[in-house]
Design a protein around this ligand. Structure first.
Ligand code: SF4
Ligand code: FES
Length: 246
């Protein structure tokens, strides 16, 4: 397959960025989007040009490193997949594809398509550790947890911290990410001792990092590669109110 790519190039956060057009050919329909960018970068390196910088690690939808806005959509076409899981057969032969980094104030561009997502790490750090000793695996399994709560906590724990929810939201809100991180512990007995402080500190950090308020458009849920439900945002709000009352 061959494609025309309009890719955002930007030397650093302070530099002025622009779209640069490239042609790429001989791409397998089964190649991932990142493998297609590898083909482009190999060509650029051979010509002595600066390759396009983009973030990636596992390339199998686990680590949350990858994240591109492809044709205006966080993680591109399709549902429930990260950028590294998008296959080139999803695009028409000869298509023109626009590729941009996450656009959000708390995610400054480091270079080209790579943004600094450490704001999400700082929210996690603000949440702190679980202080209770959970013991070995058999001990932990001995703590009774209702099946429904365990399932919901596991669903929340599927969040890979990619930041697509922020990129998809017109307010640049991190509510879906924070709600997943709060939910995974609020639903379990092991998360109980710090339940109040955790939600207060994470919300405070989220606001301090400059993330916006929930836009109520559900764009976050629509683009989340792990299909984290906005129901977790409802729980986050309840947890926050509860923490203020108790
Ligand atoms: S909630 Fe979904 S979109 Fe947001 S960081 Fe987690 S996995 Fe990514
Ligand atoms: S590279 Fe790890 S989730 Fe895409």
């Amino acid at each position: 397959m061959k494609f025309t790519l309009k890719i955002w190039r930007q030397a650093n956060a302070a530099a002025r960025g622009q779209f640069v057009t490239y042609q790429v050919e001989d791409v397998s329909p089964d190649a991932s989007f990142l493998e297609m960018l590898d083909v482009l970068n190999n060509n650029l390196v051979r010509k002595g040009e600066d390759p396009v910088a983009f973030d990636h690690d596992c390339r199998e939808g686990i680590c949350g490193s990858c994240g591109l806005v492809i044709d205006g959509r966080a993680h591109g076409p399709g549902k429930a997949c990260a950028t590294c899981e998008v296959r080139m057969r999803s695009f028409a032969e000869g298509a023109t594809i626009t590729v941009e980094p996450w656009r959000a104030k708390p995610f400054p561009i480091l270079k080209d398509l790579i943004v600094d997502r450490t704001a999400l790490d700082r929210i996690m750090m603000a949440g702190g550790y679980v202080s209770v000793r959970t013991g070995s695996a058999p001990d932990a399994n001995a703590i009774p947890v209702p099946k429904a709560a365990a399932e919901e906590a596991m669903d929340a724990a599927a969040c890979i911290g990619c930041g697509a929810c922020v990129a998809a939201c017109k307010n640049g809100s991190a509510m879906l990410f924070v709600s997943a991180k709060v939910s995974q512990l609020a639903l379990l007995p092991q998360g109980e001792p710090e339940r109040r402080e955790r939600v207060l500190r994470m919300i405070e950090r989220m606001d301090a990092e400059g993330f916006g308020a929930c836009s109520n458009t559900y764009a976050c849920e629509a683009e989340c590669p792990k299909q984290i439900s906005v129901e977790h945002i409802a729980r986050l709000n309840r947890e926050y109110i509860r923490a203020g009352v108790l």
